[in-house]
Design a binder for this molecule. Structure first.
Ligand code: HAS
Ligand code: CU
Length: 549
């Protein structure tokens, strides 16, 4: 790590913090919406007449799943590149600001439409549910803005490469590049369905929409979307947590290899969200399920590498026995403990993913609240707790403040509160899902049916968990505001891991983008061309739009 700056330049810091402000405002709004939903679904609470369950659910999903994530990730990646590849140039920083404002304007447009109850179509905005055109335009601007932010990152990477010919780029910059490239390739799918299908249809230029094509384009994007969320957490797990605990990165090459595997295999797998969808030949579903199991491999590599880092560190401190190293980890440091809870959660979360991806088991869980349980462990625990863990040092680093002992303690409490709340909520969701409770639906006794009665105790447990989680959100917001505005002035470390001396030298082949993007495109063509032609050739007349709100 030759060109590591000691602190991120103030001007870059402002750009990053702008992204974080939007992300944490989103956390406040989306968290409140989530609390209300769990209360409604317990059957013990009714919303006021001027709003409804699906409007609140749309706010929750869009604001947390799309807005918080995209803003936090783009801000974090800009910080990583500025730290490890050098301060952004004026042009790069300006590009970042243009990206930020484009995303912000888009967010406000989409949010206004949801608040006006013109777009209660949930975060997946499935056709034939039809939203106001401004909702689609707003989301398009969020995506376009993220591309502009991505351009700033790519420019910064390119100038580093130019200044350092023949050298592998700094690990965290490399990782941010992979995620950005994956994001650009993936968002082409959602851009296509919005621009060519949903927008003309909601403007009334065409009457009908091909639902299968639009869902297929959505999931071409929707699955890599979840890895776009996950990879920044992996960046912290691979390359930042080792430094925090005082250890070393197990292997630079292994980390790069796993990121490249994500680039290759994240995209040609969208059909695992469409396993019950008629109109796709089972042979193609099978192929994409096989590819889904391939994309599990880099996560298993990550688990291996993390265990290796922890164990190597523990043994260097004299730990013995199979799990003795666990005792040597810094259990008093929120920067470690909070992401670690995220890692732990990812073990059952990933196992649930394997269940979902198995065609036969998917028939049991699809469209049940099990799936909601799955993504509250993956996204809303593993990823989000890691983002919180990052904020605990990155926010004070950027604002020239420090994480005090008191705040560190509160941050650990925050992580524990989250773990407890999520155990109740996600656990109950998984269980109720196996009993057939549907997702994306408000409270109903379904005419007093016996089966629906079985779900109610679990729905009450979800509300208990949801309330505890809301407390966790309040704690997080309190800590964020403290770190951004009130904590004592000082210098908080930006931890960047160093590679273990025993690791092999990193080969240059990882920087061969033509090769990796070439293979990515080939795999996408392989997995999608024929089924897509089938869909177009055998297209039904399409559906008119529905507005149930
Ligand atoms: Fe998923 C649905 C399959 C991962 C998010 N997923 C969703 C949806 C979301 C989502 C949001 O195949 C719902 C979309 C909607 O609205 O309809 N998912 C998978 C698979 C994985 C997976 C195979 N999902 C994620 C991640 C997400 C996410 C990550 C967000 C961040 N998912 C599915 C499928 C569906 C689905 C189907 C569709 C279901 C349906 O029918 O609708 C895999 O990537 C998971 C691999 C992970 C592992 C775990 C590795 C463990 C690690 C931790 C190590 C721990 C340590 C600490 C070191 C194999 C790295 C240890 C310390 C000790 C002391 C023990
Ligand atoms: Cu998926």
């Amino acid at each position: 790590m030759k060109s590591v700056n000691t602190i991120v330049d103030r001007r870059d810091g402002k750009l990053v913090m702008a992204h974080f402000y939007v992300a944490f405002i989103a956390l406040a709004i989306g968290g409140l919406a989530g609390l209300l939903q769990t209360l409604v679904r317990s059957g013990k609470f009714e919303l006021p007449s001027w709003t409804g369950y699906y409007q609140i659910l749309t706010i929750h999903g869009v604001v947390l799943g799309l807005v918080l994530t995209t803003f936090f990730i783009m801000g974090f990646q800009l910080a990583l590149v500025s730290k490890t590849s050098g301060t952004l140039t004026a042009k790069q920083r300006k590009t970042g600001w243009i990206g930020f404002w484009t995303m912000t304007v888009g967010t406000v447009m989409a949010a206004v439409m949801i608040l006006m109850n013109e777009a209660s179509v949930l975060y997946t905005f499935y056709a034939p549910l039809q939203a106001h055109a401004l909702f689609y335009i707003g989301l398009t601007l969020v995506v376009v803005g993220s591309w502009i932010d991505g351009a700033a990152l790519i420019m910064a990477y390119a100038s580093w490469r130019k200044a350092n010919p023949g050298k592998p780029s700094p690990l965290l910059t490399f990782m941010a590049m992979v995620n950005t490239l994956m994001w650009i390739v993936a968002t082409i799918g959602v851009a296509a369905t919005v621009l060519f299908q949903l927008l003309p249809w909601s403007l009334g230029l065409v009457e009908r929409v091909d639902v299968l094509v639009s869902r297929t384009l959505f999931w071409y994007f929707g699955h890599p979307l979840v890895y776009f969320w996950l990879l920044p957490a992996y960046m912290a797990w691979y390359a930042i947590v080792p430094k925090i605990i005082g250890g070393k990165i197990f292997s630079d090459s292994l980390a790069r290899m796993s990121f490249i595997l994500f680039l290759l295999f994240s995209i040609p797998v969208g059909f695992h969200h469409q396993l019950t969808e008629p109109g796709i030949d089972p042979a193609w579903k099978f192929l994409q399920v096989v590819l889904t199991f391939l994309v599990v491999i880099p996560s298993l590599m990550t688990a291996f590498s993390l265990f290796a880092t922890f164990e190597m560190y523990g043994r260097s401190k004299g730990a013995t026995g199979l799990f003795g190293w666990l005792k040597k980890l810094p259990w008093g440091d929120a920067r470690f403990v909070v992401p670690f809870i995220g890692m732990l959660a990812f073990i059952p979360a990933g196992a649930g993913g394997l269940v979902n991806a198995s065609h036969q088991l998917n028939q049991v869980v699809h469209n049940t609240i099990w799936v909601t349980g799955h993504f509250h462990l993956t996204l809303a625990t593993s990823v989000v707790l890691t983002f919180f863990g990052i904020s605990y040092w990155l926010v004070p680093h950027l604002t020239g403040r420090v994480l005090t002992k008191a705040m560190n303690k509160l941050a650990i409490i925050q992580g524990v509160v989250w773990a407890i709340g999520m155990t109740f909520m996600s656990g109950a969701m998984h269980a109720a899902g196996l009993l057939g409770a549907p997702r994306r639906s408000s409270f109903s006794t379904y005419g007093g049916s016996e089966q629906a009665m079985e779900w109610i105790p679990y729905q009450v447990a979800q509300a208990v968990g949801g309330s505890i989680l809301f407390l966790g959100i309040i704690l997080m917001l309190y800590i964020f505001i403290n770190l951004a505005f009130f904590a004592p002035k000082g210098e908080e470390e930006f931890p960047v891991g160093e590679v273990s001396d025993a690791a092999e030298k990193t080969p240059m082949v990882f920087e061969n983008w033509k090769l990796w993007i070439g293979i990515t495109v080939l795999l996408i063509l392989f997995a999608y061309t024929i089924p897509f032609i089938d869909m177009i050739e055998n297209a039904p007349i399409g559906s008119k739009g529905y507005k149930f709100f």
